[in-house]
Design a binder for this molecule. Structure first.
Ligand code: ATP
Length: 865
């Protein structure tokens, strides 16, 4: 046979040599050099657009292209000025759009960086955590359940390792992995059992692998070119705005066509200038920017949320957060501090306070030893590493006379059955005076079922467990058994000998109580879902206000027995689910969704991924969560804190409100323009605007306030309302009605101005008046859109700095057009006497006051804002 040459055929040692690596891993220096040589471990993004491309895309609108063509034709026919102004306005608008798009993309990119996976690698002989993109060929990567595999490689070591490879091979079940070489030269991807691949996840066990390929050199990289074309998905809000925009566009186009026909056929106007006006009106009136405004405002929102510890992984989540009506949260670490301290022991028929624990006491000693040995945590001068439940146990041993290392050396670990939240047990196998000893710890009820107990003993233990739990303590039971062989399987966790109970306290987070209260005030139902005991969970839930009179605490088993229909009617009554398995979580989410709720659900483990995907907003824990959970989630909490979810909901509601403000501003302003044109046409008056006037307002002076309104400062009042119904769109009847009404008021001011100008100096003066008044009224209208109630004469009027700046810039542009003769001529404006000049701000402010008055009437004068 030939010398084996495929990675899976060769021995691990051989591969280590050829990649110049070893069991100690690479040195930091070598890794640095390799990073430069091979490049970062990431897939090249095909979709990244250059600034120029984004800029050019701003013109890729059918109507804009027609407008440019029409402008060029009219220039050929003699109207060069219009063309210059139209091109200038469109270009400035495109620059504005480009800057906003690039900014929005940058904030989304930085979010992506924040939620990028990390890897545990061995460097200089030590295991360290590094960003996945810094992994290089020759690195040794350590894997455990829940990790994302960050590169392709060959296993060097494995313990019951299983990975989920569906992203790569389509195989839906986890694949068992082991390190032994495979003889065959031709082995399909799915059968390369001694290799792991980038883009897959560890679902069980542990292992170590040698990195053989990174970045585009991985199997994922090979198919990445196929994935490049997937475009950014639009959010539901964008889809509904796009649909609305399409319908509106058709209406506007029909209207523009009629106006064009009337101008040419009835009034005998110049065909080219009438056409230019009709197209300009269409460009100005069709709100094609709506969906990009949504992207911009949402991405700005994500930046604020990231600062407040919530990283958004899907833009849709920001929108969804605003209408969350149920938050299902884990207990441990999310509502509580995840800082456990042992309070009580129960051993030899006695309850002993932790302070009196004593390993010299032969009755206590086996329990304390098991607590230390059956644990993966370590506690030393550098700190505590591992699960807080386990560090608490190790600390107990240390505090009362055990030396962790000593004990571990004396009774070395030979095997293990890792903890999983379904089984709620964990066992370790140790060398023990010439034989073997299995030590098991876990949930009391589960362990007692597997323990040999004398008459009455079980009742007594359960009574003690009950009394510990009522104090909100988390109780673990310990047991052991002698073993004949070194082989352990799940079957061995039976016929155990009871050692005792250890009860620990995990106090609620200080902010939980208030966050829960805030939730309830906002019409959101908080629900606790925990693996812990029902009595412990209830005690904590009562303390922080989740378990309220009239609602229940139940065990997951209850959920299991119910049909979908029964569960749907049952969920509203339940505030606490205890001893829950990940499958129960999915059913609970679904039942709430059937009831019409929009559900946020937290999770951290490998098994939580399906529930996180099922929830409308899957929330993963950033600190304790596995990569699998983070990958399935829409939002990651960098502080694992329940209060952060509530804060994110508040932000979601505010962002939604801001999007509404922008849309209201744009639509009502456009309505005013159209109504004025329609009025003039119906009354057989001259055209109230030149084409360039409409473009100037819509593409320049209006864009800035629209974006500024999207940045309106957030306020807490949004948390006094009920959640927005799941099915309610932004364009409700009352919303559209107020858009129409406000448009009408601004149109009235513009029409008055138009008449004043007409009377003074004919069409040119009339158009100058109408244009200036519409422009300024719309700038003032920005302040109207800040709130449903009047803001004038309140501090709120001044609290949005970007809006003030947008107002100032818009006003300056308008003044420049009216005051600088060259611009005046280009913009087809004429000089006005000072009386008319004063009428412009007069009418604009007047329109704002009328709209403020309407708001006062609608919200009822006396009601406190
Ligand atoms: P939550 O779901 O709110 O985070 P939890 O941490 O109690 O709560 P799990 O981690 O699923 O949920 O734990 C379920 C039960 O398993 C615990 O109540 C405890 O009895 C037991 N348990 C937890 N950690 C361990 C462990 N390291 N070893 C053995 N048993 C454990």
């Amino acid at each position: 046979m030939n010398k084996p040459n495929q990675i899976w055929q060769r021995a691990g040692k051989d591969l280590l040599d050829s990649l110049q690596s070893g069991p100690q891993g690479l040195t930091t220096k070598e890794a640095q050099q390799r990073l430069e040589k091979y490049g970062p471990n990431e897939l090249q993004e095909g979709g990244k657009k250059s600034g120029i491309r984004i800029f050019l895309e701003q013109f890729a609108d059918f109507l804009v292209i027609i407008l440019i063509v029409a402008a060029v034709i009219s220039a050929v026919l003699g109207d060069v000025e219009s063309m210059v102004v139209i091109l200038a306005v469109i270009t400035m608008n495109a620059i504005l759009g480009t800057v906003q798009t690039i900014k929005a993309e940058a904030s989304l990119d930085s979010l992506k960086q924040m939620s990028a996976p990390t890897a545990k690698v061995v460097r200089d002989g030590k295991t360290i955590q590094i960003p996945g993109r810094d992994v290089v060929p020759g690195d040794i990567v350590v894997l455990e359940a829940g990790d994302a595999v960050c590169a392709d490689g060959r296993l060097l070591e494995s313990a019951s390792l299983k990975t989920a490879e569906s992203a790569l091979t389509g195989e839906s079940l986890p694949v068992e992995k082991e390190e032994t070489p495979i003889e065959a030269e031709d082995v399909p991807l799915g059968d390369r059992k001694n290799m792991v691949f980038s883009g897959t996840f560890v679902t069980y066990g542990r292992g170590r692998f040698l990195v053989t390929g990174t970045g585009m050199e991985t199997e994922m990289g090979k198919i990445a070119s196929l994935l490049k074309t997937t475009s950014e998905k639009k959010t539901p809000l964008q889809v509904s705005l796009d649909n609305f925009g399409k319908k509106l566009s058709i209406g506007i186009l029909v209207l523009c066509a009629i106006l064009f026909a009337v101008s040419v056929l009835v009034r005998g106007e110049n065909v080219m200038s009438a056409f230019l006006f009709a197209v300009a009106l269409a460009v100005a009136a069709i709100p094609e920017a709506l969906s990009s405004i949504v992207t911009i405002v949402l991405s700005f929102g994500t930046r604020k949320m990231a600062k407040e510890h919530a990283i958004i992984r899907k833009l849709q989540a920001v929108e969804g957060l605003g209408s969350v009506s149920v938050i299902c949260s884990d207990k441990t670490g999310t509502l509580t501090q995840n800082k456990m301290t042992v309070r009580q022991l129960y051993v030899g028929g006695r309850v002993i306070p932790a302070a009196q624990a004593d390993f010299k006491d032969p009755i206590q000693e086996p329990l304390l030893r098991a607590a230390l040995l059956c644990s993966d945590a370590t506690v030393n001068e550098q700190g505590e590493i591992g699960d807080p439940t386990e560090t608490a146990l190790v600390r107990l041993g240390e505090d009362f006379g055990f030396d962790e290392l000593d004990v571990r050396e004396h009774w070395p670990r030979l095997g293990e059955l890792p903890f999983d939240s379904d089984r709620k047990l964990m066992s370790t196998l140790h060398q023990f005076s010439g034989g073997y000893m299995l030590m098991t710890k876990g949930a009391v009820d589960v362990l007692l079922d597997r323990t040999l107990l004398g008459p009455g003993e079980r009742e007594e233990i359960e009574r003690v467990n009950q009394s510990f739990s009522e104090q909100g303590l988390r109780v673990l039971a310990f047991a052991c058994r002698r073993m004949e062989t070194m082989e352990v399987s799940l079957e061995d966790e039976n016929n155990l000998l009871f050692l005792g109970l250890i009860a620990m306290m995990d106090p609620p987070r200080e902010e939980s109580k208030q966050a829960v209260a805030e939730c309830i005030a906002a019409g959101i139902r908080p629900v606790m879902i925990t693996g812990d005991h029902v009595v412990t969970a209830s005690a904590i839930a009562k303390e922080i206000g989740i378990l309220t009179p009239g609602t229940e605490a139940v065990e997951g088993a209850v959920v299991e027995k119910m049909s979908e229909e029964e569960l749907k009617e049952f969920v509203p009554k339940v505030s606490v689910y205890a001893r829950v398995s990940p499958e129960h979580k999915i059913r609970i989410v679904r039942a709430w969704q059937e009831k019409g709720a929009l559900v946020a659900m937290t999770g951290d483990g490998v098994n939580d991924a399906p529930a996180l995907k099922q929830a409308d907003i899957g929330v993963a824990m950033g600190i304790t969560g596995t990569e699998v959970a983070k990958d399935a989630a829409a939002m990651v909490l960098t502080d694992d804190n329940f209060a952060t979810i509530v804060q994110a909901v508040k932000n979601g509601r505010n962002v939604y409100a801001n999007i509404r403000r922008s849309i209201q501003f744009l639509l009502s302003g456009n309505t005013a323009g159209i109504l004025t044109v329609l009025y003039a046409s119906l009354m057989a008056l001259p055209v109230p605007f030149a084409a360039v006037h409409l473009l100037f307002i819509n593409l320049l002076t209006d864009s800035l306030p629209a974006i500024a309104l999207g940045l309106e400062p957030h306020n807490d009042r949004v948390m006094h309302d009920k959640p927005r119904p799941r099915s309610e769109g932004i364009l409700t009847k009352p919303f559209l009605l107020s858009v129409g009404l406000e448009g009408l008021v601004i149109a009235a001011a513009t029409i008055i101005a138009f008449h004043l100008g007409l009377n003074y100096g004919g069409q040119a003066a009339g158009a100058t008046m109408a244009f200036s008044t519409l422009c300024l009224s719309r700038l003032f209208h920005g302040f109207n859109c800040k709130a449903a109630e009047p803001v004038i004469f309140t501090r709120k009027f001044w609290n949005n700095k970007p809006l003030l700046a947008a107002f100032a810039v818009g006003t300056l542009l308008l003044v420049a057009v009216l005051a600088i003769p060259v611009l005046e001529e280009l913009m087809q404006a004429v000089a006005l006497p000072w009386t008319l000049g004063l009428a412009i701000p007069g009418l604009a402010i007047g329109s704002m006051l009328v709209i403020q008055l309407l708001k006062a009437i609608r919200t009822g004068f006396g009601r406190k804002p």
